[in-house]
Design a protein. Structure first.
Length: 143
C-alpha cells in the first residue's frame, strides 16, 4: 500500500466565513490555522499547501480571558538603537483591530515559504462587511 501525497494542482479549495464575535482569541486562531493548512482533510500532506481560504469578520469583537487586555504585550523593533516599541493588546485592538488575530494565526503557521503561502489565504475584517462575497464562502461554526 502506497502513501498518498497530494499534488498542488489536485487540491480542492473551499471558502469559509467565520464570525469572530465573542470568540476567544487563541482558540479561534488555532482553528483558523488548521483550516488554512488543511489539517482536517484526509488528503493532508505536510509539504503541500492543502488548505482552504478563510474570511474572518467582526475581528474587533474578539474576546480574551483574564487580564490579557492589559498584560499581553506586542513587540516591534525598528532595528535602530532604542527602537523597541511595546504595545498592549488593548491599544492594538483600538488602532488596528485585525492585527491581534492576524499575528496569532501567523504565529501558528510554519515559519518558512509554505507558511507565507498559506497565510495569504487569510482575510480578516474588523466589521461585518467583507469583499469576498463573489466566492460565496460557507459559514463555519467554530467549536
Amino acid at each position: 500500500m502506497n502513501t498518498y501525497m497530494a499534488k498542488p494542482a489536485e487540491v480542492e479549495r473551499k471558502w469559509y466565513l467565520i464570525d469572530a464575535e465573542g470568540k476567544t482569541l487563541g482558540r479561534l486562531a488555532t482553528q483558523i490555522a488548521d483550516l488554512l493548512r488543511g489539517k482536517g482533510k484526509p488528503t493532508f500532506t505536510p509539504h503541500v499547501d492543502c488548505g482552504d481560504y478563510v474570511v474572518v469578520i467582526n475581528a474587533e469583537k474578539i474576546h480574551v480571558t483574564g487580564k490579557k487586555m492589559q498584560d499581553k504585550l506586542y513587540y516591534n523593533h525598528s532595528q535602530y538603537p532604542g527602537g523597541l516599541r511595546v504595545r498592549t493588546l488593548e491599544t492594538v485592538l483600538e488602532k488596528k483591530p485585525t492585527e491581534a488575530l492576524e499575528r496569532a494565526v501567523k504565529g501558528m503557521l510554519p515559519h518558512n515559504h509554505l507558511g507565507a503561502q498559506v497565510y495569504r489565504k487569510l482575510f480578516v475584517y474588523a466589521g461585518p462587511d467583507y469583499e469576498q462575497k463573489a466566492q460565496k464562502p460557507v459559514p463555519y461554526e467554530v467549536k
